[in-house]
Design a protein around this ligand. Structure first.
Ligand code: PXL
Length: 281
């Protein structure tokens, strides 16, 4: 049997631990080949740094996809994250139609904001455009901010009631007809987790772990990369969610003692050796 392979479509930020610099090591440690499709090249991520160097790589997306297709590469998942522009949303839609095969899972992380705010690089129209890409996905993984932006709803700060989270999930079900995984679901002050809604069977599940106070940058990308890996390894929804929540929690725990600037990113590298255990049988 060939090794599992995920096409990861995200930016590469030289410093800041997010997107491809997170997806590549996590997917690799999970034992899966990570085929990288960089959407943009940045000197750092955009969440806290100033005067960032950004090079849009939109023109490379389709030539890379077409070359992969011409070489007969198959993908167990296509996993998209931060996209540099509205144009890139259309390009990723085209990319999915070129690369998607019979068994390819399409996972869209609609990366565009956190803590109630749209990231500085996006125009206010971007969330509506991102809905189009979410409509093509089998699974979407927005955080609460991204969910509110796509639903044109006012953001509310945590903690949330179960009823509120369920109402967001049901509304997101109008955007994506597969499975909705909502991250940053905090039902109590000392908790952090995710909730999932599968449209197929109508099931909603919640998963949480202890929460360390503070805002940790790049954790959405860590969560989604572990989750996609679990799904590609056929671990199922519950186990993949649990592994993603627990690994993200471990990475935060491993950081909070010695990192003053939490927007820089968490020390997930130091806990990578735990990942095969979390994803194991
Ligand atoms: O972690 C999400 C992310 C990905 N890529 C870039 C970002 C961010 C969040 O700020 O700036 C470039």
């Amino acid at each position: 049997m060939r090794q599992k392979r995920i096409a990861a479509i995200h930016d590469i930020s030289g410093i800041g631990k997010c997107s491809l610099t997170v997806a590549l090591p996590i997917i690799s440690v999970a034992g899966i080949e990570c085929a990288v499709m960089p959407t943009a090249l940045l000197s750092t991520h955009t969440g806290g740094f100033k005067n960032i160097y950004i090079e849009d790589l939109a023109k490379s997306i389709m030539p890379i996809a077409n070359h992969w297709k011409s070489q007969g590469f198959e993908f167990d998942a296509i996993y998209s994250g931060y996209l540099g522009s509205m144009e890139q949303v259309d390009l990723v839609k085209d990319c999915i139609s070129v690369l998607k095969g019979k068994g390819t899972l399409v996972v869209v992380d609609p990366v565009m904001g956190d803590n109630g705010k749209l990231y500085q690089t996006f125009s206010p129209e971007f969330p509506l455009k991102m809905r189009e890409l979410c409509a093509e996905a089998d699974i979407i993984t927005p955080n609460v901010t991204e969910a509110c932006l796509m639903l044109s709803k006012e953001y509310a700060a945590p903690p949330y009631t179960k009823e509120y989270v369920e109402s967001l999930l049901l509304e997101l079900g109008e955007i994506c007809k597969g499975t909705i995984v909502l991250t940053g679901v905090c039902l109590a002050e000392n908790e952090q987790g995710a909730a999932a809604y599968s449209i197929n069977d109508g099931r909603i599940s919640f998963i949480s772990c202890n929460r360390s106070p503070g805002i940790y940058h790049g954790t959405g990308d860590i969560f989604a990369s572990v989750f996609v890996s679990g799904m590609v390894l056929s671990k199922g929804m519950e186990k993949s969610l649990k592994a993603a929540v627990e690994f993200t929690g471990l990475a935060i725990e491993n950081t909070k003692e010695n990192l003053p600037d939490l927007w820089y990113g968490v020390n997930f590298e130091g806990v990578l050796s735990e990942l095969p255990k979390l994803l194991g049988d």
